[in-house]
Design a protein around this ligand. Structure first.
Ligand code: AMP
Length: 419
């Protein structure tokens, strides 16, 4: 038994599964290309202050779940718990607002949250996300949602539902926050201690609490939609109009507030209607004040993030194909030292020509090599012995139907390519 185990809440992605990851990553990149989003890669750790300022000090993500550490020079850093703040930080730092074709960005990579692990919730998880920065036109909200919808559909997922809401702007939030404070006041003793803090600082977040009692109480709370000002109402209506034009079904759910402090106006979630407790596949929204909060100019933005783990769980539930395991096309069998040398030369030529090929130097007998060739699932065995060497030939054996023939070594690459 190994002396070491993966840290709690993390997992290895083994060869039997890694191709599935590749499949969803490839599908995501494909949709990004179709929507003309470009990749941005930011560090895995940042100054912890970046997340405290943006995500919010009273959010679970920052208050309880952040992997925070001090480096040798006393800098306080954090493993990134989410992707939006780093992208906006980079956007401002690199003046991407002034560069052409740089306002539509996507990212892929691990995020870290010290949460209680359970199915669909891990301490290191892999997110995909997009950010559309620089415009407050509602078309962009719909485009971002349309991207997510197309991605899920491309994977073949059907059991998902889009829920949208508007959480208003600073203007309308004040009245709403007061209404919430008033509503929750008589329940103070029943709400959890976190919600009591939230009630003071950001009462909307009580609506997001996962504690059962809080959820029940929040069920009858006033709806944000009744407090939206004219601008927010118009924008919310436009988003809905554009989604309808795009043929994307949605439900308005006034209870969606999203956990992070930087959101305003549009908030949305793609929910898997079959998964258990951790059923949000993708979540996102508009964050018009985030750039300013981070010291940049007024640069509104909208984006989403989703987790690959939950996607794979959903795809498993719906019994969807998850790509194909990688198998070599050709397996080289050599007999004798000279044939091995010639074989190795051929092996590299095959690979150079795009034909994936395998050779196992630990197996020397014909029998062992043929058995191994069959086990790999390769389509062809290329057999090279002394007789073949002398006549500059190689035996090409089709392992699917057992047919075999002699082929000139100089023709072998073309012959395999044509099959
Ligand atoms: P959030 O950044 O919390 O809005 O999360 C966005 C998406 O990331 C969620 O909908 C999940 O798909 C995924 N996600 C968030 N936290 C975790 C986690 N601890 N483990 C796995 N996936 C997660």
């Amino acid at each position: 038994m190994s002396r070491y185990k993966v840290p709690r809440g993390t997992f290895d992605i083994l060869p039997a599964d890694s191709y599935k990851w590749q499949f969803v990553i490839d599908a995501f990149r494909e949709v990004a290309r179709e929507f003309n989003y470009k990749e941005i890669i930011t560090p895995i750790f940042e100054k912890s202050d970046l997340f405290e300022r943006s995500v919010g000090e009273l959010t679970d993500i920052v208050e309880k779940e952040m992997y925070k550490f001090e480096d040798k020079k006393g800098r306080i850093l954090a493993l990134r718990p989410e992707g939006t703040a780093p992208v906006v930080r980079s956007f401002i730092e690199n003046g991407l607002n002034l560069k052409p074709n740089s306002s539509k960005l996507y990212y892929l990579g691990p995020m870290f949250r010290y949460d209680r692990p359970q199915k669909g919730r891990y301490r290191q998880f892999y997110q995909f996300g997009i950010e559309n920065i620089g415009s407050n036109d509602s078309y962009n909200d719909a485009e971002v949602i349309g991207f997510a919808n197309m991605f899920l559909s491309k994977l073949g997922l059907k059991n998902f539902e889009l829920q949208i809401n508007s959480i208003g702007c600073k203007n309308c939030t004040k009245d709403y926050d007061n209404a919430l404070k008033e509503y929750f006041a008589p329940f103070k003793n029943d709400l959890c201690s976190d919600c009591n803090k939230r009630l003071e600082k950001n009462p909307k977040r009580v609506l997001d609490c996962k504690v059962k009692t809080c959820k029940v109480i929040a069920g009858k709370a006033p709806s944000m939609l009744d407090y939206l000002d004219e601008d927010c109402t118009t924008n919310f209506n436009k988003v809905q109009q554009y989604l309808t034009a795009m043929g994307i079904p949605f439900k308005v759910n006034p209870k969606i507030v999203r956990g992070l402090d930087y959101y305003s106006q549009t908030a949305f979630e793609f929910i898997d209607t079959n998964l258990g407790a951790q059923n949000t596949l993708i979540g996102g929204g508009r964050y018009d004040t985030l750039a300013e909060q981070l010291g940049g100019k007024n640069m509104p933005g909208v984006g989403f993030a989703g987790g690959f783990e939950r996607l794979l769980l959903s795809m498993g539930e719906e019994k969807l194909s998850l790509g194909k395991q990688q198998i070599p096309k050709a397996y080289l069998v050599t007999l004798g030292d000279e044939a091995r040398i010639a074989g190795i030369k051929l092996l590299m030529e095959l690979r150079k020509n795009g034909i994936s090929s395998e050779f196992d130097p630990d197996k020397t007998s014909m029998n062992a090599q043929m058995k191994a060739a069959n086990k790999t699932g390769a389509k062809f065995a290329l057999i090279l012995g002394e007789d073949e060497l002398e006549s500059d030939k190689v035996i090409l054996k089709n392992l699917e139907n057992g047919e075999q023939k002699d082929v000139n070594i100089s023709d072998i690459i073309q012959t395999i390519k044509d099959k």
